[in-house]
Structures are given as structure tokens and as C-alpha cells.
Design a protein around this ligand. Structure first.
Ligand code: FAD
Ligand code: SF4
Length: 287
């Protein structure tokens, strides 16, 4: 149950090396939106595009493949993509919207579709929702402190950031790599992330992350009928290289282990807070 409902799971990567090169992992998000755009399944996608400060993303509506490419890669700070859903229909006139987001953003999206208060123009226009796995996130200044003060890398020199194998990694444009243990980054996490009970974006049409698959590949859950149709069409068109998840290392067991760790750890925190009278003990279906 910690992995949510899904119809299929696999390891995959974009067949197009040009997409993969600037992508965070296997380029699944960018390749799937690019396919959906070109096939007319979506007429734009809400992504985390470049913002004013280095590595501070801004919710952006991409209506071309070039704009999707410019938004590749994970920015480890908050990008309120949901804030653009109304704008997407009103200012951009999109009828078929793609959106990428963290598990909490997928929850907000589904709530907005169920109870469209203030977003009446949106519910039936969400054509493809891609979720990304998420253990934690940081405010911009927190991420900046990690990169500049702990990794000793100026934000302007940063080429990529990653969290994996128990470490925070900072890669520079000149090829230097710095890693620090996650125990140094915990204090910068958003407090809201400590009450979050979804690791793998259970409510997305398709959700993806690096965990479970080899470097450069992604683990992909195909969750809804819509996701299954679009994923199937894209795979048939040769957009992805796909491997059986059972044939790769470390495999699904690691995804399950980390999902369990997040859910049970955060559930304990929720109960601790309830002891102080903050919030209620949730009826958690996972444990
Ligand atoms: P790409 O083709 O590179 O595209 C990435 C897409 O995500 C782009 O459209 C980009 O605009 C969008 N995006 C980037 N940053 C954000 C953001 N902050 N908010 C919303 N959208 C964004 N994966 C794991 O396996 N384990 C984890 O614990 C984990 N934690 C994560 C925490 C955060 C805060 C984020 C943002 C991602 C996390 N991921 C995690 C997901 C992982 O880093 C990749 O984003 C995912 O594998 C997609 O890679 P890709 O190569 O398919 O995507
Ligand atoms: Fe959202 Fe949860 Fe990720 Fe925090 S940990 S950004 S609340 S999905």
C-alpha cells in the first residue's frame, strides 16, 4: 500500500539522448510531455522553469519542446506549479493541460478537480499529471545555505543537485562534485514535509523518480487508465527504453523501504504533534 495503486511499474529512460543529457534522471517527465505535446494530447505543460535567482524555479507554462527542455532537472526548493492551473486556462487558453509536481501537489490537483472552488475552468482540462517522488524539500534560502555554506559551491556555478545514496550532491559547471551527509541538510527541510505521507505521488497519472533504478534510469509507476493509454502510446512510438523492474538493481524493494521510512517516520511526528495539541492523529491507512 505504501506504493499506492498502479497498473504497471518499470525502469525506463528517454530514448532521445538530447533529452536525457540535461535531465535529472531518465528524462521521463520531459520526454513524456514532449511526446504528449507533439501528439496533441496536451497543448501545454506546467513545469518548474527558470526563475529570477539561480536554481530558484518559477512555475512556467511550456507550450514548446524547447521550453520543456529549458525546465529539465530537479530544483530542490518550492515551485508552486498549482498556482498556474487557472492561469493556464485563462491567460494561455489551454484546453489540455499537462502538469508535473511533487506528491503534495498531485494531492492538491486532485482536490481542486473534486472541489473546484475558484478553479471552475480547470477540472476537465487536466490531460496528464506526472508526479515525482519526494522525500523532502527545502525553502530557497535553505537550499542556498546547503549549497554555498556546506558544499562551498556558489549558486552561479551549480550545474546539478541531487539527493541519493544518503548524501546531498552538488555538481559544478566545471565538473567538480561535492557530497555531504544528509544529516547536515535535515535542519533546512520544510516543516510541512514532516507531516507528509506520500513518497511516490500516489495520485498522479504516472509517477517517477530515480530510486529503484540504475543511475541514468528512472522508476516509473503507471497509475491511471489515462496514464496507461499515454504511456503505452509513447512507448509504442519509441519514446522510452524500458526494462523490467525485476531485472534491475536496486529494484522495487528499495522504493518500498524508503516509502515505508518516510510514512512511518512522519506518522510518528504527527502523533508527537497531536500530543502537543497540534493537528489530529490521522487515520493512516499505510501502517
Ligand atoms: P526531467 O526530464 O529532468 O524533468 C523534471 C521535471 O520536474 C521538469 O519538468 C521540472 O520542471 C520539474 N521540476 C523540477 N523541480 C521541481 C520542483 N521543485 N517542483 C515541481 N516540479 C519540479 N526522486 C527520488 O527517487 N527520490 C526522492 O527522494 C526524490 N525527492 C525529490 C524531492 C524534490 C523536492 C523534487 C523536486 C524531486 C525529487 N525526486 C526524488 C524526483 C527526482 O529528483 C526527479 O525529479 C525525477 O526522477 C524526474 O526526473 P526526470 O529525469 O524524469 O525529469
Ligand atoms: Fe510536498 Fe511531501 Fe515533498 Fe514536502 S515531502 S515537498 S510536503 S511531497
Amino acid at each position: 500500500m505504501v506504493l499506492g495503486n498502479y497498473k504497471a511499474v518499470c525502469a525506463a529512460r528517454a530514448a532521445d539522448a538530447n533529452i536525457r543529457n540535461g535531465a535529472q534522471d531518465g528524462g521521463i517527465v520531459t520526454a513524456m510531455f514532449a511526446y504528449a505535446l507533439e501528439a496533441g494530447i496536451i497543448d501545454g505543460a506546467i513545469v518548474a522553469g527558470p526563475g529570477e535567482k539561480p536554481w530558484q524555479p518559477e512555475p512556467t507554462i511550456a507550450t514548446t519542446v524547447d521550453e520543456l527542455l529549458a525546465a529539465r532537472g530537479t530544483k530542490y526548493n518550492i515551485c508552486p506549479n498549482m498556482a498556474m492551473i487557472k492561469e493556464a486556462t485563462r491567460s494561455y487558453g489551454l484546453d489540455k493541460i499537462g502538469i508535473v509536481g511533487t506528491p503534495c501537489q498531485m494531492q492538491a490537483l486532485r482536490k481542486a478537480q473534486l472541489y473546484p472552488i475558484g478553479v471552475r475552468s480547470v477540472p476537465d482540462k487536466i490531460a496528464l499529471a506526472i508526479g515525482i517522488f519526494c522525500m523532502e524539500n527545502f525553502p530557497y534560502d535553505g537550499m542556498k545555505a546547503i549549497v554555498e555554506d556546506h558544499c562551498n559551491v556558489p549558486m552561479q556555478s551549480l550545474a546539478k543537485v541531487d539527493i541519493g545514496k544518503g548524501k546531498f550532491w552538488a555538481y559544478t559547471n566545471r565538473g567538480a562534485v561535492t557530497q555531504i551527509p544528509l544529516k547536515e541538510t535535515h535542519k533546512y527541510e520544510q516543516p510541512g514535509c514532516h507531516v507528509c505521507l506520500d513518497y511516490v505521488a500516489n495520485l498522479a497519472d504516472v509517477s517517477t523518480g530515480s530510486v529503484g533504478s540504475p543511475d541514468g534510469w528512472s522508476t516509473v509507476f503507471v497509475r491511471t487508465a489515462k496514464g496507461e493509454t499515454i504511456w503505452g502510446q509513447a512507448a509504442k512510438a519509441g519514446v522510452f527504453e524500458v526494462q523490467d523492474i525485476g531485472s534491475v538493481q536496486p529494484g522495487l524493494a528499495l522504493v518500498e523501504k524508503l516509502a515505508n521510512q518516510k510514512i512511518s517516520g512522519n506518522q510518528k511526528y504527527i502523533e508527537q504533534r497531536a500530543g502537543y495539541g497540534i493537528g489530529k492523529t490521522l487515520n493512516n491507512p499505510y501502517i
